[in-house]
Design a protein around this ligand. Structure first.
Ligand code: LLP
Length: 420
């Protein structure tokens, strides 16, 4: 499942000691395994080989150049949500004909840049957005392709914030409006309506919601055909859950077994947008114990990483396994693992049973490869931590730690506050 394992009580990433990386780059830091990352992509590719889908890695989950280049080199396309992501994808040589662009709020500049870059599909999230894309494409004298993102209004058992397939949420277009748009295609002279797109949410561990949504959309595609409306692509989004604690998510093969028959029947070219499934378990966050604190009521491990580095526990109450980088025989105690940030929400674990550690010991927060670094901030004027990639017995920094100079870039006092 992943390539982080203990050998002689020491945590390794592939063949590299995590403690050796810490010694070299300092703490905290993110550490990625090239092998885990690429294995997960290949697993998905193999499971769906029968239909040879375009697998567009959702780079919002991890936008590091090394991560996306590793996948692009294996033939991955990219699912983007901003012009920044598009520029990074192009920087590593992603094929623009394998790039799909979803976002409920694409700006004029983003649309124009994506048209110029010649992306495969705009995954369109509203009628006004479609009108805007058409207007800009006409102005640029270009013909572009769009997939309408359908909001299938199906329940997805996941955190409220990562559930996107219900009409209570801002995402996608309801079925009735989608049908109307397809019927009035002529209105959009510079946009070819080439597909439909769904993405019902993230960290969904069972197959039912995916099957439900895909069936609903397949029936809709059949209806369109009866009206003489033909499309080319069906983009089924991402959302596959992974193991953080004791979840029993479906494997790529189990997922494929469930949805392949429905997908094959559509006869369409299939696009997928996995993020977390590919990179979630391919990364860890490593942090150092600064202090042990006991306030008479609770015990705390105070570490040098904070919610600004990895916000998932604070934002979603997400569970991440925490392991000491060096295993000892120390007895276990119930602790909160907390960071230095000035908020009670700054925690990695509450009431967790962990082996007693000492000041200076390293802890690994597991399964932090997806939505970890990309959601980091500079809160409390803390520089973003480095990202490091391991391959075999070698490691390299793939993003440097931010310095104070980085943090000050572009900031200045107004004239009236300058003293000299
Ligand atoms: N496609 C679209 C249109 C998406 O919005 C997303 C994720 C994906 C694909 C990839 O989903 P995945 O396969 O990674 O589940 N920050 C949250 C997750 C937000 C997901 C946003 N959209 C977290 O840390 O759990």
């Amino acid at each position: 499942m992943h390539d982080f394992h203990f050998k002689n009580n020491e945590l390794f990433c592939e063949n590299v000691k995590v403690s050796a990386v810490a010694k070299s780059v300092g703490t905290p830091f993110y550490l990625y395994s090239y092998k885990t990352l690429t294995d997960h992509f290949l697993k998905m590719q193999r499971a769906f080989a029968r239909i040879n889908p375009m697998i567009c890695f959702a780079m919002k989950s991890n936008g590091n150049l090394a991560v996306i280049k590793s996948l692009v080199d294996l033939g991955a396309g990219i699912d983007i949500v901003s012009v920044g992501e598009l520029k990074k994808a192009l920087r590593v040589g992603a094929d623009s004909k394998k790039i799909v662009f979803a976002s409920v709020g694409k700006t004029e500049e983003e649309i124009a840049f994506a048209i110029k870059a010649g992306i495969l599909l705009f995954n369109v999230e509203s009628e006004p957005e479609l009108l805007e894309i058409n207007r800009i494409a006409r102005r640029m004298k270009r013909q572009v392709q769009a997939a309408l993102r359908i909001n299938p209004d199906v329940p997805a058992p996941t955190h409220e914030y990562t559930n996107t397939g219900s009409l209570k949420k801002k995402f996608g277009i309801d079925l009735r409006t989608t049908r109307q748009i397809f019927r009035s295609q002529k209105k959009y002279s510079n946009v070819k309506m080439s597909g439909v797109h769904i993405h019902i949410g993230s960290q969904i561990t069972s197959g039912g919601p995916f099957v439900g949504a895909i069936k609903k959309v397949a029936a809709f595609i059949d209806d369109l055909r009866e009206e003489g409306i033909d499309i080319e692509y069906l983009d089924i989004g991402g959302g596959l859950g992974i193991i953080y604690k004791d979840e029993t998510p479906q494997t790529a093969q189990e997922y494929a077994n469930k949805v392949l028959p429905i997908l094959e029947k559509t006869g369409l070219k299939i696009i997928m947008e996995p993020g977390r499934f590919i990179v979630g378990n391919a990364g860890i966050f490593v942090t150092k114990v600064l202090y042990l604190k006991d306030n008479g009521y609770k015990k705390f491990f105070i570490v040098d990483g904070g919610m600004n580095d990895l916000i998932r526990p604070s934002l979603y109450d997400a569970y991440h396994e925490i392991v000491p980088v060096k295993q000892t025989r120390a007895s276990k105690i119930k602790v909160d693992v907390v960071g230095p940030i000035c908020e009670s929400g700054d925690f990695f674990a509450h009431d967790r049973l962990l082996a007693k550690v000492n000041k200076g010991d390293l802890l690994a927060v597991m399964s932090a490869g997806a939505y970890g670094y990309v959601m980091a901030s500079n809160y409390n004027i803390r520089g973003r931590v480095p990202e490091v990639m391991v391959r075999g017995n070698k490691f390299e920094i793939v993003k440097e730690r931010e310095t104070f100079k980085d943090l000050m870039r572009g900031e200045r006092l107004p004239r009236f506050l300058r003293t000299s």
